[in-house]
Design a protein around this ligand. Sequence first.
Ligand SMILES: *Cc1c(COP(=O)(O)O)cnc(C)c1O
Length: 369
Amino acid sequence: MTDQKVPFVDFSPGEGTLASEIKNAVARVIERGWFILGPEGEAFEREFASFIGTTHAVGVACGTEALSLALTAVGIGPGDEVITSPLTATFTALAISRTGARPVFADVDGETLNLSEKSVTDRLSSRTKALVPVHLYGNPCDLPALQNLARKESLFLVEDACQAHGAKLDGRPLGSWGVAGCFSFYPTKNLGAIGDGGMIVTDDPQIAERLRRLRNGGQVTRYVHEEIGFNSRLDEIQAAVLRAKLPRLAGWNRRRRELAEIYRRRLEETPVRMVGMLPGSESSVHLFVVRVVDRDHLREALTASGIQTLIHYPIPAHLQPAYQSLGQGEGTCPTAEQAAREILSLPCYPDLGESDVERVTEAICSFYR
Ligand SMILES: *Cc1c(COP(=O)(O)O)cnc(C)c1O
């Protein structure tokens, strides 16, 4: 045993060229003295839209508000039901609740841990107005199936792509499949700001226009509030920092996929199970997650050898105290509940060395010996 540690994440830009580009970006904004809804935000919206391949992108304050603004912009509100996955950052569900609509949790697929189309079908009601699939860990949901279902049932498909910047299915970027795609730039995400930030992408000019109004208090022109909007804007400093990072994102994602591949190869002969992926998936590997029956024991052993792990997410959204009143108790999403007991996130980020991955897999192998 060495006393070398393997931390779960490391998102300090360090001392290299990226660090100085970030500092220059911040300095540029300070010197300009224009901090909200200015040239950096506009440029970043154009650059991000082009990265995802949509015609519009609208910067907002965070991923949670990207989701609630997108749902509001397509007309979701009180009296409506929105179906989503319980195995997610509970913020997905909170965003639905914020619109006044009711989140309804469908179960996940046992292999991919993403929303099961069959379970979604079972939960449809006359009040269902939208689907919010979550590309958990950056792995694509079954978008062709969900798109078909949404068309057939006249539902809005709003993607929670908060973990999936740059991920693709069948060559098409996630976030560009639904009527709107929502992203978070929380510092730990694949594309992270130095604070909060979010973005909605869409090909629909009317939705984009409504979003621009909604994020800015509902104003069409200054001091004229056409509707009861939000105050939810991506600020200039965050946009400038994100512009410095965006050109590196594809390379970072590639590196994450390489590390995931090493993990998979080295864990092949162990009792550890992988999270499955659909054919045609190009994951952003936001998190590298494995499934183990004796998760808590394995986790303790890894901690003892200096390897940090986390659980994403230990409590499915339908079992959160905040959602007791929905009455969707234990047993209503059994596959997600089972997964929540078995999942373990291993360190996986672009700066992680291959030798670190080997230390982790070695520790896992010795746990089972
Ligand atoms: C991070 C995240 C969110 C929330 O984004 P914030 O920017 O933190 O508000 C929503 N959904 C998923 C799946 C996320 O990972």
